[in-house]
Design a protein around this ligand. Structure first.
Ligand code: 3HC
Ligand code: NAI
Length: 703
């Protein structure tokens, strides 16, 4: 018997246990083990019913994603599943934790399903650019009807046990001990015949009764949401096959679509994203067993845009927060905005009033620093001024416990310099949240030259506890995300000066899949922000290009973006949709003229290459300098913090897709045309020359 699947008997019930932790993924060994164990159960004359359970924290969380893209080894999952469905003895799946993807597909082929109250069932394949490929698209609609199956398969969102029972996906919700309840259930159905097999149910997929408009609508909705991704559309097509074709032919159609999907760049990208997020949590010199310190009480300094959002993040995670500002008015304003934000969520039905009250109750606003002596962690989110930050860290150093972590949310300032204003630079770290902090998943964790391993490990753990994706980065201006954003935004602006318009630049990038183009994003963030920063910086030397010219002109006119209903676009009252503005075009044309630039027709391809390749080149420099640990960390930053389309895998993954030699050649051409900013990164140049990729670089570093 295989080590990962075992069989034993409890009176008349044969129990098959999958033990392939952490998530009981359906590796080849598990598939073989399932076949062997079923054989034993069928051969054992004492066994009248069979129970399938998962050991550890979950039932089966799906196919083993690491096996995709490799030659498939027998037995295939479809074959395993067919054997379970064909069993002459009733098979009951007992679900706890999560039954996901192939795991739920195994359960769908069992004759009965019972679930623990807190179990979840789902077909999340679409999130990996796939569709359920082991019968899920054919059995689920037969069991729960086409509309619900479409919902679950196209969204990929799991449902809880109670809902699963309500729609007929599970037969019983077990309270208390799952295995005991499931054994009793199995004993109860042992002699019931005929066995209910999902493949034989036809009522829910009767072509004459299913409205074909359902599929058209599902396709339309999926296309609108997918930003160019194809997987949701394939999901719709596969479910449609359940209605149009007999079961076995439907299975074949599903298989064809699955094989297409598994080979697609989209799925490879999304698998890269899945593993990238998990790899980011692993820090080579900070092993998983590095001691951490508990974070139970937190203070946030500054109740402004970021401080308020950060306080909400902690309150949402059940952690008490002191929110400190310099005057009561600012404290009250910050608390007012927090309450307004929560109330908006309550009014949308996504939060109960009771939960809102509990969260608000965890945030205490104050102007007093007295409570700081008690906290485990302080996050400073005051104005972006080095003098002020250093003064504050000096004060914190005197007030806080020696083991308290002192963190800064600075987006540009030197974390090492801030740390040097304390006597404990080992306790200082950057926790760079993104705006709005309570929404954005990314947390850049900025490791200073002296930051201790305990502080790094505690921060990484905290990110997870807060529901954030933590990525460890080094100190440099803008860290990983904003430093690359700078080059991306710079090219967008230079293209506008040369002849493009904001709507053209934005359209190229949204067509690629970005949620918003760079100009619409600037309008959202506020053009005044960059304008004020640029005012304090020296202008580029004569001859060098200045990318802020149009932004400055718009801001000088009071066009700060969405908040003034005018920026690179104009906005109708109460509507966030950017509208191209002839006035802006006139301003841009005038600025080009003042700069002595003869405007030309800029084609979409050039827009794409300059915005994307400048960012990739900067990413390669960041990697070379050791500011990011891996290329996949850079991708994780861009997908979780900047709306980079996940189905494109991130900028560094995309670079590999295009090919580094091609990108390198274009960088050299841009260098000749536009000057020094285009100097290719030495790392990119080397990888291109050696025929390597960022993925191979990561793999070589054991990432
Ligand atoms: N295959 C291989 N490895 C997997 C895996 C899978 N399906 N699911 C999780 N893992 C690995 C993770 O990479 C991680 O490895 P690490 O410790 O080395 O980093 C480890 O298992 C634990 O995973 P998480 O950190 O994500 O654990 P959580 O407890 O936070 O979450 C989970 C558990 C909800 C099950 C989450 O891991 C998850 O969503 N997994 C993917 C589920 C999925 O997409 N299933 C469908 C697969 S495709 C399929 O089944 C095709 C079929 O239709 C033919
Ligand atoms: P903000 O101007 O909205 O808020 C700053 C708050 O700090 C104000 O309420 C102010 O009264 C308070 N403050 C100033 N001096 C103080 C003092 N001595 N003691 C206590 N409170 C004091 O600024 P915002 O946007 O929240 O930025 C805060 C920090 O977060 C900055 O370092 C910024 O660079 C960083 N950041 C900002 C992002 C953004 O999108 N706004 C994103 C990520 C980081």
């Amino acid at each position: 018997m295989s080590e990962v699947v075992s069989f034993h008997r409890s009176e008349r019930v044969g129990i098959i246990t999958v033990d392939n932790q952490p998530v009981n993924a359906l590796s080849q060994a598990v598939r073989q083990g399932l076949v062997d164990a079923l054989g034993k159960a069928l051969a054992d004359a004492e066994v009248q019913a069979i129970l399938l359970v998962g050991k550890g924290r979950t039932f089966i969380a799906g196919a083993d994603i690491t096996e995709f893209g490799k030659p498939q080894k027998d037995p295939g999952l479809g074959d395993v599943i067919a054997r379970y469905e064909a069993s002459e003895k009733p098979v009951v799946a007992a679900i706890h934790g999560t039954a996901l993807g192939g795991g739920l597909e195994v359960a769908l082929a069992c004759h009965y399903r019972v679930a623990a109250r807190d179990a979840k069932c789902g077909l999340p394949e679409v999130k990996l650019g796939l569709l359920p490929g082991a019968g899920g698209t054919q059995r689920l609609p037969r069991l729960v009807g086409v509309p619900k199956a479409l919902d679950m398969i196209v969204s990929g969102e799991p449902i809880g046990a109670t809902d699963a029972k309500a729609i007929g996906l599970v037969d019983e919700v077990v309270e208390g001990d799952l295995v005991a309840g499931a054994v009793a259930f199995a004993a109860g159905v042992a002699s019931r015949r005929p066995l209910p097999r999902a493949r034989d149910l036809s009522a829910n997929v009767d072509e004459t009764k299913v409205d074909p408009a359902l599929f058209d609508k599902a396709r339309k909705d999926a296309a609108a949401r997918a930003r160019g991704g194809k997987a949701p559309l394939r999901c719709v097509d596969a479910v449609k096959a359940a209605v149009e074709l007999p079961f076995d032919e439907g299975l074949k159609r599903e298989r064809e679509l699955f094989l297409e999907a598994v080979e697609s760049t989209e799925s490879k990208a999304l698998r890269h994203v899945f593993f990238g997020e998990r790899t980011a949590a692993k820090i080579p010199d900070v092993p998983a067993d590095t001691p951490t310190t508990p974070v139970r009480r937190v203070a946030v300094l500054g109740a402004g845009t970021m401080g308020g959002g950060i306080a909400m993040v902690f309150a949402n995670a059940g952690i008490s927060v002191l929110l400190v500002d310099r005057e009561q008015d600012f404290v009250d304003k910050g608390l007012g905005i927090i309450k307004k934000n929560y109330a908006a969520t309550v009014s949308k039905g996504r939060l109960s009033q009771g939960e809102m009250d509990a969260r608000v109750g965890r945030i205490t606003g104050t102007t007093s620093w007295d409570g700081l002596a008690e906290v485990d962690l302080v996050i400073e989110a005051v104005f972006e001024e080095m003098g002020l930050k250093k003064e504050i860290f000096g004060k914190l150093d005197k007030l806080c416990r020696p083991d308290a972590i002192l963190a800064t949310n600075t987006s540009t300032l030197d974390t090492n310099e801030i740390a040097r204003s304390t006597s404990r630079p080992g306790q200082v770290i950057g926790l760079h949240f993104f705006s709005p902090a309570n929404v954005m998943r990314l947390l850049e964790i900025v490791r200073g030259e002296k930051t201790s391993k305990t502080v790094v490990a505690t921060s990484m753990k905290l990110a997870r506890q807060l529901g954030k994706v933590g990525v460890l980065v080094g100190v440099c201006s803008g860290f990983v995300g904003n430093r690359m954003l700078h080059t991306y935004g710079r090219e967008a602006q230079l293209l506008i000066q040369e002849g493009a318009l904001p709507q053209q630049v934005d359209a190229v990038l949204t067509r690629f899949g970005f949620a918003m183009g760079p100009c619409a994003t600037s309008d959202l963030a506020g053009l005044d922000v960059g304008w004020r920063i640029r005012k304090g910086q020296p202008r580029p030397p004569p001859g060098a290009r200045y990318s802020g010219a149009v932004g400055d002109r718009l801001a000088e006119m009071g066009r700060f973006g969405q908040k003034t209903s005018a920026g690179f676009y104009r906005y109708e009252p109460g509507n966030r949709a950017p509208m191209p503005d002839p006035e802006v075009e006139a301003i841009i044309v005038a600025v080009s003229k003042e700069l002595g630039i003869e405007r030309r027709k800029v084609d979409d391809h050039e827009i794409f290459e300059r915005c994307m390749y400048s960012m990739i080149n900067e990413g390669a420099k960041i990697l070379d300098e050791g500011i990011a640990l891996r290329a996949s960390d850079i991708d994780t930053v861009w997908i979780n913090g900047y709306g980079f389309p996940a189905h494109r895998g991130g900028p560094m993954f995309h670079a590999d897709v295009v090919g580094l030699p091609k990108i390198h050649a274009r960088l050299r051409e841009f260098l000749a045309q536009h000057g020094k900013a285009w100097e290719p990164s030495a790392l990119l140049e080397r990888l291109a020359r050696e025929g390597k990729t960022f993925a191979s670089l990561d793999a070589g570093r054991g990432a």
